[in-house]
Structures are given as structure tokens and as C-alpha cells.
Design a protein around this ligand. Structure first.
Ligand SMILES: *[C@@H]1O[C@H](CO)[C@@H](O)[C@H](O)[C@H]1NC(C)=O
Ligand SMILES: *[C@@H]1O[C@H](CO)[C@@H](O)[C@H](O)[C@H]1NC(C)=O
Ligand SMILES: *[C@@H]1O[C@H](CO)[C@@H](O)[C@H](O)[C@H]1NC(C)=O
Ligand SMILES: *[C@@H]1O[C@H](CO)[C@@H](O)[C@H](O)[C@H]1NC(C)=O
Ligand SMILES: *[C@@H]1O[C@H](CO)[C@@H](O)[C@H](O)[C@H]1NC(C)=O
Ligand SMILES: *[C@@H]1O[C@H](CO)[C@@H](O)[C@H](O)[C@H]1NC(C)=O
Ligand SMILES: *[C@@H]1O[C@H](CO)[C@@H](O)[C@H](O)[C@H]1NC(C)=O
Ligand SMILES: *[C@@H]1O[C@H](CO)[C@@H](O)[C@H](O)[C@H]1NC(C)=O
Ligand SMILES: *[C@@H]1O[C@H](CO)[C@@H](O)[C@H](O)[C@H]1NC(C)=O
Ligand SMILES: *[C@@H]1O[C@H](CO)[C@@H](O)[C@H](O)[C@H]1NC(C)=O
Ligand SMILES: *[C@@H]1O[C@H](CO)[C@@H](O)[C@H](O)[C@H]1NC(C)=O
Length: 849
């Protein structure tokens, strides 16, 4: 909206008009498609933009709460009484280019709160004498480009609150201020930019004189002033007078400035616009009229060729307290008058090639010196001498390249407190600051420095509070780089480097520091004791480095920290100990652009991020880097519940794995048993079909084989009835695994098992195994078929312990072999009895019995 208010300069005018005309052509077309809702609600209920409408009256969708209304480029044509009564809370009304030719009385009635009214580019044919009635709060009235030819006819005399009246780009030919100006008691700014004023006469400004008004800014630039009658400005006190591109040539300007005699003004701006150069040269004596003008500040702007005629520049402005020379092709400082009173001197975009220290030293009262943005300025060889009041020197944004900074350059300037040498080429710093040891602020940023980092160059700057050596290509090697800076509160050294990319003991004595910027320093590591002295530090910027971790011990001493920028590093996580050491005082923490690991292992950190939302900056840029499936997910929106889910699945898989391991172990350990069970189960199915081949399977130790053959096999197989025994050495099938044999040939094909238990049997693993299988088989098949023959020499205690015999005694046959005749007889009867149980006998056998 306000963009439209920018005064176009004369030269740019046709182009500007063209753009606006083009805009006018296109606006209705663009809006044709959305005519249903032509108003844009910029701030709900408060600000509405309804541009380019063909309407009369305020659009109905604009509510009575509206404070800012933009109706520019609409076809309002004529404003009638109470036109804006539906929006009487308006504070700003923009009616730019609304084709308004008539404003009737009381059109703005009741807009008590309207403070800004913009009527740019309407060509009034009729303005009612009470057109602006009711605007009791109006502060700013913009009547730019309204084809106004005289201030006299403007019905604005009652606007006592008016502070700014802009009647630029009209056809006003006279500066004669109508009487009503005496009653515009609040007026501070009157712009008559780009009008048709040619002559300024005595009496034109009488209205100001009568009102005894001070501090008005009067803009007369871009008029074509041919003459100012001396006395026109006498006894007038202005805040500012701007006369840029107002004169046709040197002579006109020279004589016109004479006409300013008697003016008192805070700031006088004389010169050109860079695109509206009318005067070619600055000639000797041009400003001689200013000797009769009292001013605090003089601004000379946009003058090109100074050539050799510069010597009189300061003649009449040598006692002005503040001089700004802007965009001048001034190559040398003009002659400085004796006893000059200039306190502030600024040369911006001048053409000096060398800091004119010698000549400037003649401004004995100089307090502030600024020479900036001068692209030819590269040399600084002369010294400033005896400027005892000099406090501020700003030489930033030039192309300076020099050595021997800084003591020798400022002889006898003990009050220098501020030195800005930033944005220059290169400076070699010697470490001698004795002449300027009271410096409080020193800025070298973006200037290549030679010295700092290798030597303790700042030793004598014990009062320095502010040091900026950012981007100075400083490589900090010396531990004592910052030694001596006992008062330093702000240290900015972004964009430099440290030895081994490590921050070690370099900051040890900076106990007063409250702001430290070590961003973009390629840091890989920060030593534990680095910050130990920085208990007052409030702001730390350690962003844009390559730090992998946030070591709690490093940051522990920073108990006063309020702002920490740790963005653009390579942090993966803050561990629990780090989270604890994050200072409680923090109000701003930036951890964006790190390489966060969002594995659920770090659930604590992820939870912490959720809790700290109000202090975390750029939260949406704190994103997961790994694992891949959550890459780019913002930590703030990370779904913690997905982690809980994962812990349960994790627990599940862990138990599955454990079970598997246990099973494998068991399988390994009980391989035989399992194998047996398998065979057994397969055997079970067929047990009905299975014919019992043997009466008994004999398990025994191979050492008892002789006994078995002599005392068991021969009597049983040869006896009546004959029993068929299964003996592993005789009946097992060759080529079949022994276990299979034991099971299939031994157990499954026999009705009974005879265990010949001897000391050897008890000691043999195989025998124990076979016996175990026999027991399980017995359990499975449900037979009471184990016949134990315990030989004489067996230790009974060992027997009980090894075989747990007592458990089986009740169900099994327990026989003891004794070598006595009578015992044998009983033994045989019991053995054959047990073997006979369930024996299917054929005919012959029955007969034999
Ligand atoms: C705007 O005004 C309407 C009606 O007066 C009201 O309902 C609504 O809440 C207001 N909106 C805002 C953001 O104030
Ligand atoms: C505006 O509307 C009137 C009728 O309401 C019409 O005659 C006129 O041509 C329109 N003007 C433009 C610029 O659309
Ligand atoms: C604004 O308009 C609403 C109806 O839209 C009305 O109720 C309210 O009284 C009006 N406010 C004022 C101050 O006129
Ligand atoms: C003007 O604004 C003030 C607050 O700034 C408000 O109290 C008053 O009601 C407004 N007057 C009108 C007529 O809207
Ligand atoms: C501007 O005013 C002059 C008379 O002062 C008149 O001749 C001219 O037509 C007007 N221009 C416009 C665009 O209304
Ligand atoms: C004069 O006006 C300027 C702004 O236009 C303001 O900063 C300054 O304080 C004013 N001085 C006096 C004495 O009113
Ligand atoms: C400037 O001031 C000094 C001392 O106050 C005086 O001698 C000198 O004449 C003045 N110069 C001008 C141009 O007013
Ligand atoms: C020094 O000058 C530069 C460039 O004008 C500016 O950005 C910077 O803020 C100044 N330094 C200080 C400490 O004022
Ligand atoms: C640190 O400062 C103390 C005084 O504050 C001083 O005595 C000491 O020499 C300094 N140490 C270094 C290495 O600058
Ligand atoms: C830290 O420094 C970087 C540049 O090095 C800058 O972009 C950022 O804004 C700084 N952070 C703070 C909190 O000032
Ligand atoms: C993550 O974001 C970066 C930059 O926005 C983009 O280049 C990259 O492809 C994204 N990766 C994934 C996995 O979305």
C-alpha cells in the first residue's frame, strides 16, 4: 500500500506511469474471475484490501470493525456525504487512483479515528469546503499527484492534528503558505517535492513565522527554483530543508543559496539525486551563501566532478557541528578552516584513495569520523594527530590494506573508544595499541588479519569490551591469543579456525565474557576445561561446526547461559548426562540441522525434545538422520508411541531368540533322548502290527559279556520253554546306527529288558543311557518290563544313587545274583516267571511245559 507513496523521480516518471497504466488495464481482467469476493481479508475483521472494483460505496463484506481499508484502483468517481459511515473505526484509508473527481462535504464524516488518508493520483474537479470535516485524528494526508495547483484552495485548515502533508508531484507554483498553515499546529513534515515552484519570495513563509513554529521538515527537492529572494527564510526555524536537484545550474544555485540568509535549520540537505544530475561541477564558492545560515548538520549529496575546485567546500560550513558528504566524487579533502567546530564528519562513497588523516587532523574538535563505502580507498599511511576529542572512527566497507595497526595511526587520540575497520582488504596488526588503549569497541570483521592467532596482540587492550574478528582468516595457534582482554564481554570470531580444529585453553582469562560467537570455525572438538572460566556467559553460538557430541563436562560451567546455538553440527543425540547438564537458565536453544539418531534406544532424548518445545528454535529443522526409515522426520513430530511398540516387539523377538537358543542347547544335550522319542513315536504307531521277536533285550556292560553268555543266554535260550534273547553283539543289524539298533532291534522288538547291573554297568555311560531309554520306553509303552539282575559285587549305595532304583522297585523285577545253589534256584524261578508274563506260546512249547 505504502509502496505507491514513494515519490517517483522526474526521470523515472514516464516509466512509472506506464507501469501503473498497464496495471490499470489488467487489474479488472484479473479480478473478473473472482468478482463474487472482491475483498481480501488481510487481517481478520481489521484489514481489508478491495482493489480494482467498479463500485460506489464501501463493499458490503467489509465489516464495521475494519481499521485499515485499501480501495485503491477502484472506480469510486465521486465521494458523497457519509460515504464511509459503515466503517467508522477506520484508521487508514487508501484511495489511490480511484478516479475521484469530486469530494463532497462531509464525505469522511465521523471517521474520528482515521489517522492516514491517501488520495494519490485522483484529479479533483471539486473539493467541497467541508470535504475533510470530521477527520479529527488525521495525522497524515497524502495528496500526491492530484493536479493541485495551489495550496490556497485546499480545505484543510481545520486539521489541527495533521503532522504530515504530502503534496508532491502536483502543479503548485508558489511556496506562499496560506494563512491556515498557522493553525496546522502539529505539522512536522511538508513535502512539495516535484512541483512547479520557481520563485521563493519574502513573505511566502510568513504563516510559519507567525506561528513561531519550529522543527518543520520542508522538502523542496525536484522543483525548478530560479531564485530565492534574500530574507525569505529569515527568522525561520526549520527542522530540515531539502533542496536536491532543485537548481538548473551553478549560478542559479549559488545565488539561490544566498537567499537562505537568516535561516536556522537543524539539517540542510543540498545536492542532487543520482539519476537527476543537473549540475555538472562543484565550483568554488558554490556554498558561500551558507555562511549566513545557522545549521547543526549539513548534508551534501550526489555531486560528481569536484576537480580542483574543492578548496572552498568547508569555507562556510566549517563551524557546522555535523557534516555528511555522501556519494561525492571527492578525491581529496578540501582546505580545512582554522578553528573548525566540526564534531561529526562522514564521507560515504567518496573517491579518496588514501585515508586523509593529516588534513582531517585539522578538524580539532572532531569526535566522530566515518569514511565508509569508498571503493577506491585502499591506503592508510598518514597518522591522525592530536585529535584529543576523537572517540569514534569508522573506516568500514572500504578497500583498506595496510600494516602497523593501530597505535601509530592515532597519535594523541587518547579518547578513542570505537574503531571499526571491518569489511576491508587486509590489515596487519602489530600488537601495539598503546595510543588507543582506552578502546572499548574494536571491529575487524571480514577483513583479513595478519597477527592475531599467532601472537598475543591484544595484550594492552585491557578495557576492551567488544571485539569482532569474525571472518578474518585468523588461525588461532597461540594459547594466549586473547590474553589481556580482561574486560571483554563480547567476542565474535565466527568463520575462523583453531589449531587441530580444537578449542582448547584459548578462552581461559575471559571471565567477563557474556557473548561468544565461535560459529563456522571448523571445530571438531572442544576440550573439557575450555569454558571453565566463562561463568557469566549468556550467549554462545557454536553453530556450523563439526561437533559430534555435547559433552556435559564442557558445558557444565556455563551456568548463566540463556542462548545456545548448536545448529549445523553433527550431533546424533544428547545422552542422559548431557540432558542433565543443559543449563536451566536457557531460554533459547537451537539444535537444528544436526544428524539426529531417532532410534528408540534414545527414547529419553526424543521425549526431552517434546518437553522443551518452548525453548527450542527452528524445531521443524531438527530432523532425524538415521535410521533411514525416519529420515527427514522432524523430531518434534516424531511418534514416540512407535517406539513403545517397538520395545514390545523387541522383547518378543528377544524371548523367541532365547527360547531358540535354549532349545538348541537342549537338543544338543539330549540328542539321543529326543532321537529315541522320535523313533519311539514312530514305533508307537506300528506297535499293534509289531510281532514281539524277542522275549528280552539284554543290556549289559561289555565286560560282563562272559557272564551273560554263560549264566544267562545258554540257560535261557536252551531251557524249557526256550526264551529268545536280543544281544547287541549278536542281533544288531550291521550298518545301522547304534542308537537305532538299540531302539528298534532292542527295545521295540522285545517284551522285556534285562539289565545286568554290575559295577562296570554303573560306570558305563552307554549302559546308563540304555537303561534311561528302557525306563522311558517303559513309561511310554506302559509295560512293567525291566528285569534288573544285580550282580554280587555291586555297591548298593552307588546303585541307588545312580539308577534311582527305589522308584522302579515296585513295578519292576529285582533279582540279585548269588553264586550259591539255593539262591540260584530261586533266581531262576523268579527270572523265568517274569519272562513268561505275556509270552505267546506256540503249541510245541505248551506241550514241552
Ligand atoms: C470478526 O467479527 C465477527 C463478527 O463480528 C466475529 O464473530 C469474529 O469472531 C471476529 N473475528 C475475529 C478474528 O475477531
Ligand atoms: C463500471 O460499471 C458501470 C455500470 O455499473 C459501467 O457502465 C462501466 O463501464 C464500468 N466501468 C468499468 C471500468 O468497468
Ligand atoms: C457493527 O455491526 C454489527 C452487525 O453486523 C452490529 O451489531 C454492531 O452494533 C455494529 N457496531 C457498531 C459499533 O456499529
Ligand atoms: C477510536 O479508537 C479508540 C481507541 O483507539 C476507541 O476507544 C474508540 O472507540 C474509537 N472511536 C471510534 C469512533 O471508533
Ligand atoms: C490539471 O489542471 C489543469 C488546470 O489547472 C487542467 O488544465 C488539466 O486538464 C488538469 N489535468 C488533469 C489530468 O485533470
Ligand atoms: C524535530 O523533529 C524530529 C523528527 O522529525 C525529531 O526527532 C526531533 O526530536 C524534533 N525536535 C524538536 C526540538 O522537536
Ligand atoms: C567558526 O567559529 C570560530 C570560533 O568559534 C570563529 O572564529 C570562526 O569565524 C567561525 N567561522 C565561521 C565560518 O563562522
Ligand atoms: C562496523 O561497521 C559495519 C559495517 O558498516 C557494521 O555492520 C558493524 O555493525 C559496525 N560494528 C560495530 C561494532 O558497530
Ligand atoms: C589472567 O588474569 C589475571 C588477572 O585477572 C592475570 O594476573 C593473569 O596473568 C592472566 N593470565 C593470563 C594467561 O592472561
Ligand atoms: C549463529 O551464527 C550463525 C552464523 O554463523 C548465524 O546464522 C546465527 O543466526 C547465529 N545464531 C544466533 C542465535 O545468533
Ligand atoms: C531429506 O531432505 C533433503 C533436503 O530437504 C532431501 O534432499 C532428501 O532427499 C530428503 N531425504 C528423504 C529420505 O526424504
Amino acid at each position: 500500500m505504502f509502496g505507491l507513496l514513494k515519490m517517483p523521480r522526474r526521470g523515472a516518471f514516464p516509466l512509472w506511469t506506464l507501469v501503473v497504466l498497464l496495471g490499470l488495464t489488467f487489474v479488472p481482467l484479473q479480478l473478473a474471475g473472482c468478482l463474487l469476493d472482491p475483498c481480501l481479508e488481510v487481517i481478520p475483521n481489521i484489514t481489508f484490501r478491495c482493489t480494482g472494483l467498479n463500485i460506489s460505496g464501501v463493499p458490503t463484506q467489509v465489516p464495521n470493525t475494519t481499521q485499515n481499508l485499501d480501495l485503491s484502483f477502484s472506480h469510486l468517481k465521486s465521494l458523497s456525504s457519509n460515504y464511509f459511515s459503515s466503517v467508522h473505526e477506520l484508521q487508514l484509508l487508501d484511495l489511490t487512483r480511484c478516479h475521484i473527481h469530486t469530494i463532497e462535504d462531509n464525505s469522511f464524516k465521523d471517521l474520528y479515528n482515521l489517522s492516514t488518508l491517501i488520495l494519490t493520483a485522483n484529479y479533483f474537479k471539486y473539493l467541497g469546503p467541508a470535504a475533510f470535516y470530521g477527520l479529527t485524528s488525521l495525522r497524515r494526508l497524502v495528496l500526491v499527484e492530484n493536479n493541485i495547483s495551489s495550496l490556497t484552495d485546499l480545505p484543510i485548515g481545520h486539521l489541527h492534528t495533521l503532522q504530515e502533508l504530502n503534496v508532491g508531484h502536483n502543479n503548485i507554483a508558489s511556496l506562499k503558505l496560506p494563512k491556515y498553515f498557522a493553525s496546522l499546529t502539529s505539522l512536522r513534515h511538508l513535502s512539495l517535492l516535484s512541483n512547479k515552484i520557481t520563485y521563493i519570495s519574502r513573505g511566502d513563509l510568513d504563516a510559519l513565522r507567525e506561528a513561531n513554529r519550529f522543527n518543520l521538515t520542508l522538502v523542496l527537492s525536484l522543483n525548478d527554483i530560479k531564485y530565492i529572494q534574500p530574507g525569505s527564510f529569515a527568522k525561520i526555524h526549520l527542522g530540515e530543508l531539502a533542496l536536491r536537484s532543485s537548481f538548473e545550474n551553478f549560478n542559479v544555485m549559488h545565488t539561490s543559496l544566498q537567499g537562505l540568509t537568516g535561516l536556522q535549520v537543524n539539517r540542510l540537505i543540498v545536492g542532487e539525486f543520482s539519476d537527476r544530475q543537473r549540475l555538472k561541477d562543484f565550483q568554488s564558492g558554490l556554498l558561500s551563501g551558507l555562511c549566513q545560515v545557522q545549521m547543526q548538520e549539513f548534508v551534501l549529496i550526489c555531486f560528481r566532478a569536484f576537480e580542483d575546485n574543492t578548496d572552498t567546500l568547508f569555507d562556510c560550513i566549517g563551524n557546522v557541528s555535523s557534516i555528511r558528504l555522501v556519494d561525492l566524487q571527492l578525491e581529496e579533502v578540501s582546505k580545512v578552516p582554522m578553528l573548525s567546530q566540526v564534531k561529526h564528519l562522514e564521507c560515504k562513497k567518496c573517491k579518496f584513495r588514501e585515508v586523509p588523516a593529516m588534513k582531517l587532523s585539522l578538524f580539532k574538535e572532531l569526535r566522530v569520523l566515518r569514511i565508509t563505502k569508498s571503493k577506491y580507498l585502499n591506503s592508510f599511511r598518514q597518522n591522525f594527530e592530536h585529535l584529543t576529542n576523537l572517540e569514534v572512527v569508522d573506516l568500514s566497507e572500504n578497500r583498506l590494506s595496510f600494516t602497523g595497526c593501530c597505535s601509530r595511526l592515532f597519535l594523541g587520540s587518547p579518547n578513542l573508544k570505537y574503531l571499526n575497520l571491518s569489511f576491508n582488504s587486509d590489515i596487519s596488526v602489530t600488537g601495539d595499541f598503546t595510543n588507543v588503549k582506552n578502546l572499548l569497541t574494536l571491529d575487524f570483521q571480514h577483513t583479513k588479519l595478519i597477527g592475531p592467532g599467532s601472537y598475543p596482540v591484544f595484550l594492552s587492550l585491557q578495557k576492551l569490551i567488544y571485539l569482532d574478528i569474525s571472518y578474518t582468516k585468523t588461525h588461532v595457534k597461540s594459547q594466549c591469543t586473547f590474553c589481556g582482554l580482561h574486560s571483554l564481554q563480547v567476542l565474535k570470531m565466527a568463520g575462523n579456525s583453531f589449531e587441530d580444529n580444537k578449542l582448547a585453553n584459548n578462552l581461559k582469562n575471559l571471565t567477563r565474557l557474556h557473548t561468544l560467537d565461535i560459529s563456522s570455525c571448523k571445530l571438531l572438538q572442544v576440550d573439557q576445561s575450555t569454558f571453565s572460566a566463562l561463568s557469566e556467559l549468556k550467549e554462545l553460538n557454536i553453530s556450523n561446526n563439526k561437533l559430534l557430541s555435547f559433552d556435559p563436562l564442557v558445558y557444565k560451567p556455563l551456568q548463566a547461559l540463556t542462548v545456545l546455538d548448536f545448529s549445523h553440527n553433527q550431533l546424533t543425540v544428547l545422552l542422559d548426562s548431557a540432558l542433565e547438564s543443559v543449563p536451566d537458565s536457557l531460554v533459547s536453544l537451537d539444535l537444528s540441522h544436526n544428524l539426529f539418531d531417532c532410534s528408540c534406544t534414545y527414547l529419553n532424548f526424543l521425549k526431552w525434545v517434546k518437553e522443551k518445545q518452548e525453548i527450542l528454535q527452528s524445531k521443524e529443522l531438527m530432523v532425524c538422520h538415521i535410521p533411514a526409515y525416519v529420515k527427514n522426520v522432524s523430531l518434534s513430530s516424531f511418534d514416540l508411541s512407535s517406539c513403545q511398540l517397538k520395545t514390545s516387539t523387541m522383547a518378543f523377538s528377544v524371548s523367541v531368540l532365547l527360547a531358540a537358543a535354549v532349545s538348541l542347547f537342549l537338543i544338543y544335550k539330549y540328542y539321543f533322548q529326543l532321537y529315541y522319542s522320535l523313533v519311539l513315536l514312530s514305533g508307537c504307531k506300528h506297535s499293534a502290527e509289531r510281532g514281539d521277536t524277542y522275549d528280552a533285550f539284554v543290556i549289559h556292560s561289555s565286560k560282563d559279556q562272559e557272564w551273560v553268555i554263560k549264566e544267562l543266554v545258554e540257560p535261557l535260550e536252551g531251557g524249557k520253554p526256550p526264551f529268545q534273547l536280543c544281544l547287541y553283539y549278536r542281533d544288531f543289524l550291521p550298518g545301522v546306527p547304534i542308537v537305532t539298533n538299540i531302539i528298534q532291534e532292542g527295545f521295540l522288538s522285545s517284551r522285556n529288558v534285562i539289565a545286568v547291573i554290575s559295577t562296570d554297568f554303573l560306570e558305563s555311560k552307554w549302559c546308563s543311557f540304555e537303561f534311561d531309554i528302557a525306563q522311558s520306553w517303559q513309561l511310554v509303552e506302559g509295560r512293567a518290563g525291566i528285569i534288573m539282575i544285580v550282580l554280587e559285587d555291586v555297591d548298593k549305595a552307588l546303585l541307588r544313587q545312580k539308577l534311582g532304583l527305589s522308584r522302579y522297585l515296585r513295578r519292576n523285577t529285582y533279582l540279585e545274583w548269588k553264586n550259591r545253589e539255593i539262591s540260584r534256584h530261586i533266581f531262576w524261578r523268579q527270572l523265568t516267571g517274569a519272562l513268561l508274563v505275556g509270552k505267546k506260546m506256540n503249541h510245541e512249547e505248551v506241550k514241552l511245559m
